[in-house]
Design a protein around this ligand. Structure first.
Ligand SMILES: [Zn+2]
Length: 314
């Protein structure tokens, strides 16, 4: 009986579904890996329209893995769903204030003597001094969540700690550990803080205070920002965490700045198209450096700027 009730619950009436296969016209070019006929978009069942060209799932789950859900789309664009009488309407919601994490947690994790494979990777590539400097500058901590795990603390422009992203890297290759599962978690999850409202800022955002005139470079991953800051110190390097995390609300802190986006090779189009929206706030341009230099193979692999820089000898 319970099962039946559950099955007929109005909550189960999803409004947004991945479009069922109905011939090749229902499968599109993936915005990330650019493979044809591999991308399934979410459909809004109320309007029978696609939610957005980038909201969907690539069926190359391992090689590409792109999946941008309606939930993420609404969160990134500050839209909330209100359920009433079986209908769901969208409206712009009043944003709750971001929650912060006590700085003691960050200090403790930065002072931890436990293994940290990401810092080991930096040490192996340069030396202890450079690794230590980078860990200090970017607030890289250590977590016990997995052996060798690190924390990328997100400290905003006002020095508030938004949360910390816990990840696991391989100390020799510097690649993320994604098997047997994707090793990623958040400090506020581990601390089980009730009613925590995560509002991510740029990783490295606190560095904006150091020099108000210095140009800013934005990349997708924290690791890329950290590594690139060594090779190209003429920029303040920030990371937005994931390809769809580059958005307007986060970008207010860049007001009046000169900003260069360095998208990963397979995300050039996605970021370049965002410039029209972001440009109201600051001067943006997208670096074509990688795009011009990369081979087809490298494009498919989705290399980033750090993959290039790290092979340079300095
Ligand atoms: Zn794809």
């Amino acid at each position: 009986m319970l099962l039946l009730l559950h099955q007929y619950s109005p909550m189960k009436n999803y409004r947004f579904i991945l479009e069922p296969y109905n011939g090749i016209k229902t499968r599109f070019v993936c915005p990330k890996c650019h493979k044809k006929n591999k991308f399934t978009k979410y459909v809004d069942l109320h309007t029978n329209e696609y939610l957005h060209d980038y909201v969907g799932c690539c069926n190359r789950k391992i090689k590409c893995g792109y999946h941008y859900t309606p939930k993420q789309y609404f969160e990134n664009n500050n839209i909330s769903l209100i359920k009433s009488n079986y209908f769901i309407k969208t409206e712009i919601k009043q944003k709750p204030n971001p929650s912060f994490i006590d700085s003691d947690y960050m200090t403790k994790s930065k002072n931890s003597k436990n293994p940290n494979y990401f810092i080991d990777f930096l040490t192996n590539h340069w030396n202890k001094e450079v690794a230590f400097e980078l860990a200090e500058k970017y607030n890289i901590g250590t977590s016990n969540n997995w052996q060798g795990a690190n924390v990328f603390w997100q400290v905003d422009i006002n020095n508030n700690i938004r949360s910390g992203k816990i990840m696991l890297y391989n100390a020799s290759s510097g690649k993320r550990i994604k098997k047997p599962y994707n090793h990623i978690n958040w400090v506020h999850n581990i601390l089980k803080i009730e009613n925590f409202h995560l509002e991510q800022c740029y990783f490295g955002e606190h560095l904006l205070n150091e020099d108000k005139n210095k140009p800013v470079a934005i990349v997708e991953s924290e690791k890329t920002a950290i590594i690139s800051s060594v090779y190209l110190p003429e920029f303040i390097w920030l990371a937005c965490g994931s390809v769809n995390n580059l958005n307007e609300s986060k970008t207010k802190v860049l007001k009046g700045r000169n900003v260069v986006l360095f998208p990963d090779l397979n995300c050039y189009d996605i970021w370049n198209k965002k410039i029209t929206v972001l440009t109201k706030l600051a001067t943006f341009r997208t670096s074509t450096l990688l795009q011009e230099k990369a081979t087809e193979k490298e494009k498919e692999l989705g290399l980033d700027i750090a993959d290039y820089l790290i092979n340079l000898k300095i």
